[in-house]
Design a protein around this ligand. Structure first.
Ligand SMILES: [Zn+2]
Length: 68
């Protein structure tokens, strides 16, 4: 990946967070605990209730299949 593409990707993500489409709050969506950690890219797990979720859960991206 070229640096230019990565930069655009980050800026696109920042924009989506700003307008509230993308939710990357590091807080458990199930119990509200902030004792969460990343288990892999874009996936988090709660230390309190031990549930897992994706960064894109609850957004428009959940149901979109990105084609190469
Ligand atoms: Zn939790």
């Amino acid at each position: 990946m070229k640096l230019e593409e990565l930069k655009n990707d980050i800026e696109a993500e920042k924009f989506l967070i700003e307008i509230g489409v993308l939710n990357i709050k590091e807080e458990c969506p199930y119990c509200g605990s902030n004792e969460v950690y990343s288990i892999r890219r874009n996936h988090f797990k709660c230390k309190n209730c031990r549930r897992e979720w994706s960064k894109y859960n609850g957004t428009i991206f959940k149901d979109i299949r990105i084609k190469p």
